[in-house]
Design a binder for this molecule. Structure first.
Ligand code: XMP
Length: 517
């Protein structure tokens, strides 16, 4: 793999994704990785990410400089560029000259292999305080800006390169070209990692892991469980049984999509558990968000365990035990829980409603090394309908945490209609790519006065919460076109009688979260 060394800024995951977009497999490692550990992973290249601090700051993230002696092609970015300059005998100056945001860079000569084919002057995205004042001996200066004489350097002999700016962010005009030049031209790596090769590799691995045992999988209707289930099915066919719990907190049309379109396109054996009565019974009178989450998680486990017992009994009779459980864990979950290799740390937030921890199963996690957009692509390659792979992330507790107040069947019906209208209009306006998700939240305990049709009404407001995000860790509210907002508002207040007001949430995350509960 290409190892992306994480110096603690949010940029490292983004770099790893850009490397994969260039067709080369990448993994993240922490900055305190040792030369021994690096050697053991046998990387084809290293990329040192940006970091929050100055190399001179107390507690600045360190890096084992002997790693440079391993002779692995290396690209340093921002903080990583300065770490590299310092380790290789250059000079990093505390100029107090902060450059932040879009900055004009001038390329020296033809820019060496790293900047080859990019314009002599270009916009780059900067975020730094210190600057490299002098390149290490034997290194060519490849670019400069008004505030930074050495904004990029490189040496084809050692195959060490660095840039002060952030090529991984879209605001750097030719950022992806820099990353691709480094990978393909400088380090000579072919672009041969893609969703097709991932599918083949995973199928082989799953077959080897499972043998002739039986496997169950919980389908939530979300993208991750849909794709991991389909991938396992592709590998082992009817040794797999998928379980879908209808808890009554689903979006409009979701159950039908799973039971019809998904099953048709994948051929998965599906058992649906009818659990609406039970869930709503237990949620009656409950308004506290955490209590709602706990109840939904607990009931999900109960429903799942029931099916599991039945399946296990049946499988025993057949002589092939149910040994494995499929989980749609993604790479960001693995990285965030400090993982990597080793046993899975199941976070309740990140799986279907929070599966029981004492389930006596081994886990199959075929998406463990992948990012969300890669998972979507694999889903498409496996033939899962776009309506399922392209859909917005949806929380395990479903609409239950989008009704502020008690969850009742009537309120769910109201919210389901409003949510369906918003999704329909966003898709019609071609905005699905622009938004990460757009929860519609029903303020069920708030009433406001309106005039609808012939008279005065006393209905409920809903809140539209459109957000843009790369990973849901941080988010900004999406500036939707007024026409789209107007259309959603008109349709909801016309078509959903109980709603007489549509409002817009214009808060970023942080300080707010994406969901209201
Ligand atoms: P927040 O509200 O924390 O949401 O900004 C971040 C992302 O996580 C989703 N989310 C959940 N997903 N179980 C889940 O599986 C949950 O309890 C849960 N709560 C929030 C949310 O939709 C957003 O994508």
């Amino acid at each position: 793999p290409v190892l992306v060394v994480d110096f603690g800024a949010q940029y490292a995951q983004l770099i790893a994704r850009r490397v994969r977009e260039a067709g080369v497999y990448s993994e993240l490692v922490p900055h305190n990785v040792t030369a021994e550990e690096v050697r053991a992973k046998n990387p084809v290249a290293l990329i040192l990410s940006g970091g929050p601090s100055s190399v001179y700051a107390e507690g600045a993230p360190t890096f084992d400089a002997t790693i440079f002696e391993l002779g692995i092609p290396t690209l340093g970015i921002c903080y990583g560029f300065q770490v590299m300059a310092q380790a290789l005998g250059g000079e990093v100056a505390q100029t107090g000259n902060r450059e932040y945001g879009a900055t004009h860079a001038t390329i020296a000569g033809r820019g060496g292999v790293l900047l080859e084919g990019t314009p002599a002057s270009q916009n780059v995205w900067m975020s730094h305080g210190d600057s490299v004042a002098k390149a290490p001996e034997g290194y060519d200066v490849l670019a400069s800006t008004a505030g930074t004489p050495v904004a990029a350097f490189g040496n084809p002999e050692t195959c060490f390169y660095g840039v002060q700016w952030h090529p991984e962010v879209k605001h750097s005009d030719h950022g992806q070209a820099v990353i691709e030049n480094f990978l393909h031209k400088a380090a000579g790596l072919p672009a041969d990692w893609n969703s097709g090769s991932v599918i083949e590799e995973q199928i082989a691995r799953i077959r080897e892991q499972v043998g002739s045992a039986r496997v169950i999988s919980a389908l939530s209707g979300g993208v991750d469980s849909a794709v991991s289930t389909a991938l396992v099915h592709r590998a082992i066919g009817d040794q797999l049984t998928a379980v879908f719990v209808d808890h009554g907190l689903l979006r409009k049309g979701e159950r039908e999509q799973v039971e019809n379109d998904y099953v048709e396109s994948t051929g998965v054996n599906l058992i649906t558990v009818e659990a609406e009565e039970t869930f709503l019974g237990h949620l009656a009178g409950v308004t506290d968000p955490e209590t709602k989450r706990k109840i939904i998680g607990r009931e999900f486990i109960r429903a799942f365990e029931q099916v599991q017992r039945d399946l296990v009994d049946q499988a025993k009779a057949d002589g092939e035990p149910v040994k494995f459980l499929v989980q749609g864990t993604l790479y960001p979950d693995v990285v965030e829980s400090g993982g990597g290799a080793g046993t899975a740390n199941i976070k309740s937030h990140h799986n279907v409603g929070g599966l029981p921890e004492d389930l006596d199963f081994e886990l199959i996690e075929p998406l463990r090394t992948l990012f969300k957009d890669e998972v979507r692509q694999i889903g498409r390659d496996l033939g899962i309908p776009e309506a399922i792979v392209g859909r917005q992330p949806f929380p395990g507790p479903g609409l239950g945490i989008r009704i502020i107040g008690e969850v009742t069947r009537e309120r769910l019906e109201i919210l389901r209609e409003a949510d369906a209208i918003a999704r329909e209009e966003l898709t019609a306006a071609g905005l699905d790519k622009e938004i990460w998700q757009c929860p519609v939240v029903l303020l069920a305990d708030v009433r406001s006065v309106g005039v609808q049709g012939d008279g005065r009404t006393y209905g409920h407001p809903v809140v539209l919460r459109p957000v843009s995000s790369e990973d849901a860790m941080t988010a900004d509210w999406t500036r939707l076109p007024y026409e789209t907002l107007a259309k959603i508002s008109n349709r909801i207040t016309n078509e959903v009688r109980e709603i007489n007001r549509v409002t817009l949430d214009v808060t970023s995350k942080p300080p707010a979260t994406i969901e209201w509960e």
